[in-house]
Design a binder for this molecule. Structure first.
Ligand code: HEM
Length: 397
């Protein structure tokens, strides 16, 4: 049998709000072998059914030790094999780390935060309005709000927010030297450790750090607890910020779609779901796993040891969503895999939805005449972070 042809993972776009060119061709074939930017080969699956199967089948492991396909071009980055990093662990070990957080991340706790999230968003929009046009939406709204929300949910002690944000930034930057993160995480570790000791002694379970500190069932050690806490900030900060920035750009570049939101702002939940389906798909990589035995995925027999990546292009699969790559905020709501699928499905998805719904609704009702000050195609985009997003979004009103 001849080896399947390998192509580089498509990463270049004709427009910043479009998926990389080349993904559509791979999608037409369903799957293809690709080389990631760090030189590692993988299967890339683009069909919705294949992606869901791959992400939920236990014959694929999430384990990576710096040897898997990465958007990172080299190894001079923070290692992912940290104790407490649940995203690369499987089975019982994964559950041991995920369970205490899942218990704390219940919908009730997140829903109870709605008024506070609204307040944080309103404060930022007030400040933006006071300062006057033009404004950069990234620094005025999209970057500060998610980190403030997650820091409050966790219960990061007053006065340490800046350290918390710098640590997350050092961990997230694709080209940051590992040493920068190591230094900051030692400093932050001491702060979190002290805070957790205090919450343990007081039996305080009022926030996530308290819940984790008082968890006796999962046997988490201090390093695991620290990494879980930092991991949450990392997982919940830049993703939500980048998405909000891309949502704003997408709406402002598509006035006829924005008009649909203006006509009926009570549909904001459905609008956010369609924006999630559309926006995640324009990212380049995918969710990576490795076969622990031979597994048939759709038309492909994946061999033991081979890497596989679930492309978010699956959200454009017409078998699931007849409008495919077309954005339609007034269209029927369709399921998507923006938050993944299976045992690693996003733990913070409810929080992310609440934040995005509040930000979208509040921004566009407060500033109904909001416009981009520069076309989306001329703006800089950040490729030095794990999720794709705009470096700035200049607006006027
Ligand atoms: C728009 C925002 C977000 C998007 C698109 C997103 C997307 C995802 C995806 C696709 C995964 C699955 C990764 C995999 O299977 O390999 C994931 C996992 C995860 N997400 Fe999110 N996420 C977002 C926001 C958040 C927030 C706000 C939090 C928490 C504060 C969070 C916490 C997590 C955690 C802890 C995991 C790992 C779960 C596990 O391994 O069991 N995410 N996210």
């Amino acid at each position: 049998m001849t080896e399947p042809a390998v192509c580089p993972l498509p990463t270049t776009r004709t427009h910043p709000l479009k998926a990389p060119t080349g993904l559509a061709d791979i999608a037409a074939a369903g799957a293809r072998r690709v080389t990631f930017p760090n030189g590692v080969e993988s299967w890339l699956f683009t069909r919705y059914a294949d992606v869901r199967m791959m992400l939920s089948d236990r014959r694929f492991t999430a384990w990576k030790d710096g040897d898997g396909p990465e958007m990172r071009p080299d190894e001079s980055v923070v290692g992912i094999d940290r104790p407490g990093n649940m995203i690369i662990r499987d089975g019982a070990e994964h559950l041991r780390l995920r369970r205490p957080l899942a218990r704390a991340f219940v919908v009730k706790r997140i829903e109870a935060m709605r008024p506070r999230i609204q307040e944080i968003v309103d404060q930022h929009l007030d400040a933006m309005e006071r300062a006057g046009a033009p404004a950069d939406l990234m620094s005025a709204l999209c970057l500060p709000v998610p980190s403030l929300v997650i820091a409050e949910l966790l219960g990061v002690p007053d006065g340490h927010l800046d350290l918390f944000q710098r640590t997350a930034k050092a961990m997230f930057g694709l080209f940051n030297p590992a040493s920068e993160y190591e230094e900051l995480s030692v400093e932050l570790g001491a702060v979190i450790h002290e805070e957790m000791e205090r919450k343990r002694a007081a039996g305080d379970v009022g926030d996530l750090l308290g819940v984790l500190a008082n968890d006796t069932e999962s046997n988490l050690d201090v390093e695991e607890l620290l990494n879980l806490a930092i991991g949450l900030l990392v997982a919940g900060h830049e993703t939500t910020s980048n998405f909000m920035g891309l949502f704003a750009l997408t709406l402002l570049e598509n006035p006829e779609q924005l008009e649909l939101l203006h006509q009926d702002v009570s549909r904001v939940d459905a609008v956010v779901e369609e924006l999630l389906r559309f926006t995640i798909t324009i990212g380049a990589g995918g969710l990576v796993r490795r076969a622990t035995e031979d597994v048939q995925v759709g038309d492909v027999l994946v061999r033991e040891g081979e890497w596989v990546a679930a492309s978010m292009y699956a959200n454009f699969d017409e078998a699931m969503c007849p409008r495919g790559a077309a954005l339609d905020l007034g269209g029927e709501q369709v399921p998507h895999v923006a938050f993944g699928f299976g045992p690693h499905q996003c733990l913070g998805q409810h929080l992310a939805r609440v934040e995005l719904q509040i930000m979208v609704r509040s921004l566009f009702t407060r500033f109904p005449a909001l416009k981009l000050a520069e076309p989306a195609a001329d703006l800089p985009y950040r490729t030095d972070t794990l999720t794709y997003g705009p470096a700035r979004v200049p607006v006027v009103w």
